[in-house]
Structure formats: C-alpha cells, structure tokens
Design a protein around this ligand. Structure first.
Ligand SMILES: C[S@@+](CC[C@H](N)C(=O)[O-])C[C@H]1O[C@@H](n2cnc3c(N)ncnc32)[C@H](O)[C@@H]1O
Length: 263
C-alpha cells in the first residue's frame, strides 16, 4: 500500500487535470513539525537561516518572468529523458513556483510539491489551485510517506544548498521512492561548456546565484568544485541510468535509481 487512498478532483488551475489519486499527507517529524506553515520542529543545520529569512521571498515574484525562458526548455528535455506515466506519484522537492508540478498534473500524475520558501509555496499554490498538494517543508525530513513516489524530481535545488543539506535531501528522496522509482535531477553540470551558449547561460544564472545571497553563491561554488551531482548520488546510494548535458553544457539532466549500495 503506497498511501493512495482516495480520489479527488485536481485543482482548477491545472490544465488538463482530471480526477487523480491523492496521497495521504503524512509528516514524520512528530508534533509541531510542519504542514501548518510554521517552522516549529525544524531540526536542520541551517535552521537559524530558514527561521529568519526566505531567500526566495522577493525572487519568487520575478522568478518565472526571468527564468522560465531558461527553465521551460530544461523541463522539456528532462521529461523527454524520463517520460512520466499517467497515474504516477510525482514528488517535486524544491518545487519553486510549481511550473513542473503543473506539467506533471496535466499528464494525470498525482503531484506533491515540497518547498521551504513560503513565497514559493504560495506561488505554486496560486498556479495549481487551492486544492493542490503543495507542502511547506521546514527541515530535512520530507513530509511524505515511505516508498510512495514513482518519480522524485529535484530541479535546480542541490547546487543551492550546503552539501550536508543536499545529502540529507537525497537520503530522504531515497526513502520516499517506491520500488522501481526514479529520481530526476536537473542541475548545473561540471563538464566542458560549449561556446557561446554554455558560457552565456552560466553567466546569467551566476548572476542569479549572487542575487540569491552569499550562502546560496557559496553553496553553488562548493557544488561545482566538489564535482557536482555524481558524488552526491553515489553517497546517497543512487545510480545514474541516463544523463544528458544541455544548455551548452551548463546544465546536466540525470535520471537515477537506487543502486542497492551506499558508497
Ligand atoms: C532555483 S529554485 C528551483 C525551483 C524549481 N525546482 C525549478 O526548477 O524552477 C530552488 C528552489 O529550491 C528550494 N529550496 C531551497 N532549499 C531547499 C531545501 N533545503 N529543500 C528543498 N528545497 C529547497 C527553494 O525554496 C526554491 O524554490
């Protein structure tokens, strides 16, 4: 049993959405941890930072306007590499404004969006409609039941958080993956950039990293210097099954599954 216990109507803002199975909203953090939009119960190393600021607060309003021209083609490429099946449970970790969630919902997947930023969560709820299952996360534990996700999407998140947080997130992703489930990670690549596209997109997103704040920029540099995604996947016990560089080599899209061992 994978927590699929009832039918319900997809949100009115979801193009093409139809009746989809709902996943019980579960929170494993215990009392006070939460789905209620508070930060009580937060146990992560960066708790202080999360408690005092939402680094996506202002950025969330212009996020789609500025970044959708770059992000929409990335999502199309990601979905070509890992096409979703109707009925899949898709968990989007760091769902941002919900653009990816809306696309999976339109493909008749059951979607769960998770994001720590109150501003991003409200953008995603606005996009998907009031019934959307968008959950605010307040720490490393994902409020999703074990083994329920056919697909976990982690798009443009891992480079932006400290390595320890990225590992905690991937550990949680492994926990929530259903048997045979896949992880679809879109993030900055560490391979050679093609001229001019790779250099231009890296410069543009580099500017965004700086605007997002010093912690964000530091994490990004650390991510690139420490080899990007492959070592993180290996440490989390995930094995890449398909990889595709895109955006002139600036971004890599990776599909991974449990490797059955931890490096
Ligand atoms: C660059 S945005 C990407 C949004 C979306 N996934 C996309 O592809 O457009 C990064 C998102 O990750 C979220 N985020 C930051 N720290 C996170 C964490 N520790 N766990 C999950 N999401 C996080 C941010 O709030 C933000 O919405």
């Amino acid at each position: 049993m994978r927590g699929l216990d009832q039918n319900r109507q997809g949100g009115p803002g979801i193009p093409g959405a139809r009746r989809v199975r709902a996943v019980r909203p579960l929170c494993h953090r215990g009392p006070g941890g939460g789905l209620d939009g508070t930060l009580r119960g937060y146990r992560g190393a960066d708790a202080g930072r999360v408690r005092t600021m939402d680094s996506y607060g202002l950025l969330s309003t212009g996020y789609d306007l500025v970044l959708e021209p770059l992000n929409a083609p990335l999502r199309r490429a990601a979905q070509r590499l890992c096409p979703a099946q109707p009925g899949w449970v898709v968990v989007d970790v760091g769902c941002g404004t919900g653009a990816g969630l809306a696309e999976y919902a339109a493909q008749r997947c059951t979607v769960i969006g998770l994001d720590p930023s109150p501003a991003m969560v409200s953008q995603a709820r606005r996009r998907l409609g009031p019934d959307a299952d968008v959950r605010r996360i307040t720490g490393p534990t994902l409020p999703v039941e074990d083994a329920c996700a056919d697909l976990a999407v982690v798009s443009l998140v891992l480079h932006s958080v400290p390595r320890s947080t990225a590992l905690e997130l991937l550990d949680e992703v492994v926990r929530v993956l259903a048997p045979g489930g896949r992880v679809l990670v879109t993030d900055f690549g560490t391979g050679r950039l093609r001229f001019p596209r790779g250099h231009l997109t890296r410069a543009m997103t580099g500017l965004f990293e700086v605007v997002a704040g010093p912690q964000h920029a530091r994490s990004c540099l650390d991510y690139l210097r420490s080899g990007g995604l492959p070592p993180l996947l290996a440490q989390a016990g995930l094995r890449p099954t398909a990889t595709r560089p895109t955006a002139g080599g600036h971004v890599t899209i990776t599909v991974a599954e449990r490797s059955g061992r931890t490096a």
